[in-house]
Design a binder for this molecule. Structure first.
Ligand SMILES: [Zn+2]
Length: 270
C-alpha cells in the first residue's frame, strides 16, 4: 500500500470515529446503528416507528365509584366547540342529547363530539312535546334525528331524552320498538332560565350526588363557562365522570325511563 492511500484510509477512519462519536450523543444504540447504516448507503435515516395508541381504560364500576354523568341538551350550537375544548382539557366524557335540526345544521360538531369519545343521543328533531304527540309525529321526530346523527357521525343513538321530560305510554312503546331507552335527569340547575354562570356552578355542586345525571344546555355560553368549576369541584370531592350508558354499566333497557343510578339498580320515575 503506498503512502497517500494509507493517509486517505487513516483520514477516513478518523472521520468515521468523529461521526460515530457525534451520533452517539444524539441517538440511543439501536437507532444509532440504523443511522450509521443509512449514512453508509447514502439513504435518508429511517423513521422512528409510530407509538401504539394506549388502549382506553375500562369505565369505572359506578356501583362502587362516585360516578356522575354530565349531559348537555339542545345542541349542537356555536358554543359547543368551546365546551368540547373544556372537556378535552380535563379528559371528561359527557353525553349530548341532540336536536335533529341542529345536528343537520352542524354535522362537523356532531362528528367532533363522537370522535372525542362523547356519547350521542336523541332529543327529538324540533324540540317537540313528544308526550302529547301522535304516533306519526313521534316517529317522524325520532327517525329524522337518528338519521341526522348517523349521517354526521356513523352512530345510531340508543337513548332519547324527551323534551320537557314529557313522555307517555305511546312514547314508551315506540321507544321500546325502536330500541331506545328514555333518559331523564336528577340535577337541574335551570341554566336556561338563570343564564348565570356562578348560579349554575353553585346549583350543580350543591345538588350532585353519586349516581346522578346532571342536565345542562350547551347552547348557552353562560352554562359552558360554568363547566370548568363544576368539573374541578366534583373531581376534588372524588367524583369520576361517565357517559349515561357507562353509569348504568352499558345495560339500558329500551323503553324504560332512567333518572339516576341507585344502589346499582336503575330507578324509574315515580
Ligand atoms: Zn331540551
Amino acid at each position: 500500500m503506498d503512502g497517500p492511500k494509507l493517509v486517505r484510509r487513516w483520514a477516513a477512519a478518523a472521520l468515521a470515529v468523529v461521526i460515530c462519536g457525534w451520533l452517539s450523543t444524539l441517538a440511543p444504540a439501536a437507532e444509532r446503528v440504523e443511522l450509521v447504516k443509512a449514512q453508509r448507503n447514502g439513504l435518508p435515516p429511517p423513521k422512528a416507528p409510530e407509538p401504539e395508541p394506549a388502549p382506553a381504560p375500562p369505565p369505572p364500576d359506578c356501583v362502587r365509584a362516585k360516578c356522575v354523568a354530565l349531559t348537555f341538551d339542545d345542541g349542537p350550537a356555536a358554543s359547543t366547540g368551546e365546551l368540547l375544548d373544556i372537556l378535552a382539557a380535563r379528559h371528561v366524557k359527557a353525553t349530548f342529547f341532540l336536536i335533529g335540526e341542529n345536528a343537520a345544521e352542524h354535522p362537523e360538531l356532531v362528528r367532533r363530539e363522537h370522535e372525542a369519545g362523547h356519547e350521542l343521543a336523541d332529543h327529538s328533531y324540533s324540540h317537540a312535546d313528544l308526550g302529547r304527540a301522535s304516533e306519526k309525529k313521534i316517529l317522524s321526530e325520532l327517525t329524522r334525528t337518528q338519521d341526522a346523527i348517523r349521517r354526521a357521525s356513523g352512530v345510531t343513538p340508543v337513548m332519547l331524552r324527551p323534551p320537557y321530560g314529557s313522555t307517555s305510554k305511546r312514547l314508551t312503546r315506540i321507544t321500546r320498538d325502536l330500541g331506545m331507552a328514555q333518559v331523564l335527569w336528577t340535577v337541574d340547575p335551570q341554566d336556561w332560565e338563570s343564564r348565570d354562570t356562578e348560579d349554575v356552578e353553585r346549583q350543580v355542586l350543591k345538588a350532585a350526588r353519586p349516581g346522578h345525571i346532571v342536565l345542562m344546555h350547551d347552547i348557552h355560553r353562560t352554562t359552558v363557562r360554568a363547566v370548568p368549576k363544576i368539573i374541578d369541584g366534583l373531581a376534588a370531592r372524588g367524583y369520576v365522570f361517565v357517559t349515561v350508558s357507562e353509569l348504568f354499566g352499558g345495560r339500558l333497557t329500551p323503553g324504560k325511563e332512567y333518572v339516576q343510578l341507585n344502589s346499582g339498580a336503575p330507578q324509574g320515575l315515580p
